[in-house]
Design a binder for this molecule. Structure first.
Ligand code: ADE
Length: 254
């Protein structure tokens, strides 16, 4: 998969892209990531990428021409790229959206700054606007990194063997809810023991325990996720047998 990041701060990405899982994915040829400095596409002699808003008001607006030229360049010959603008006004990123984006061939991530981007660029070039949550960042760069990370780890071959995105919180294996609690050595820490069942070697019992623990945790921490959990009749029966009642539907979705 290919990512092109359009930013006025390409240095922002150097260290995060050079570490850990993303670095390995790049080295293994599973992803290609290229940053483009929007300033390089400015056409005036001062290399301006922003200007004052028509109609007055505070702040600066990103000019449409350099953004458009950078998108055209990033598209290259392939016509399949999806152009994503990071903005607090966009669709909120969640696991489902990350999974959807992981199916794309190329994403062009446009990092907005200042008071926003010129509306005509948005209308003519942007396929999807994404927010990483209801708070305002100084720009789209941290949001682009979050999106990149959440998508790359879903690509085939990126997670090491033994690891799997399947049982992640919010994923299908967790039925869209939170993941069960995890334990490792030592068996006693701070006076607290690992639950016996996890040491029993009884895989069916462990699976049942994990399922129940995951549902209990989802109910107590994120009750709005429960309504969207996809549970089989057998799982619903198991919940009933263990005295777990689901909060009534209609409390949420995305
Ligand atoms: N730019 C500023 N705030 C943002 C947010 N919450 N998500 C995406 N891009 C942003």
């Amino acid at each position: 998969m290919r990512f092109d990041i359009l930013t006025i701060f390409p240095d922002f990405f150097v260290s995060p892209l050079g570490a850990g899982m993303i670095r390995r994915a790049v080295q293994d040829g599973l992803v290609v990531i290229q940053t483009h400095n929007i300033r390089d596409y400015a056409t005036d002699k001062h290399a301006m990428t922003d200007d004052r808003p028509f109609g007055g008001g505070e702040g600066m607006v990103m000019k449409p021409e350099p953004l458009a030229a950078a998108v055209e360049q990033a598209r290259g010959n392939g016509g399949d790229a999806r152009v994503v603008l990071l903005t607090p006004q966009g669709r909120t990123l969640n696991q489902r959206l990350a999974e959807e984006l992981a199916g794309e061939k190329q994403l062009i991530l446009v990092c907005g700054r200042y008071e926003g981007v010129d509306e005509r660029f948005r209308a003519a070039y942007v396929d999807l606007e994404v927010s990483i949550g209801d708070y305002v960042l100084t720009g789209g760069e941290p949001a682009a990194l979050v999106l990149l990370d959440s998508v790359i780890r879903l690509l085939p071959g990126v997670l090491g063997c033994g690891d799997s995105a399947e049982n992640d919180t919010f994923s299908r294996g967790s039925r869209g809810g939170l993941k069960y609690p995890q334990y490792t050595r030592p068996r006693i820490f701070a006076g607290r023991e690992v639950p016996d069942v996890l040491l029993s070697g009884d895989h069916a019992a462990i699976e049942r325990w994990r399922f129940l623990a995951a549902v209990r945790r989802t109910i107590s921490r994120r009750p709005e996720l429960v309504a969207a959990m996809e549970l089989t009749p057998a799982e619903l029966k198991l919940l009933r047998e263990n005295g777990i009642s689901l909060p009534s539907a209609g409390v949420g979705g995305d």
